[in-house]
Design a protein around this ligand. Structure first.
Ligand code: ZN
Length: 43
């Protein structure tokens, strides 16, 4: 489980609610809210 504001590292994460994929390409990137539904839980 990854939440907005965490730094989960490089990878592609999927919104729990709408399935939108968010890619982080640097391990220092902070997880943003979902760009589609603005929820904060990803896996
Ligand atoms: Zn979403």
């Amino acid at each position: 489980m990854v939440k907005t504001g965490q730094k989960p590292g490089k990878g592609t994460y999927t919104c729990r609610y709408c399935g939108q994929k968010v890619t982080l390409d640097d391990r220092t990137d902070t997880m943003p809210p979902c760009p589609k539904c603005e929820k904060t839980d990803f896996y």
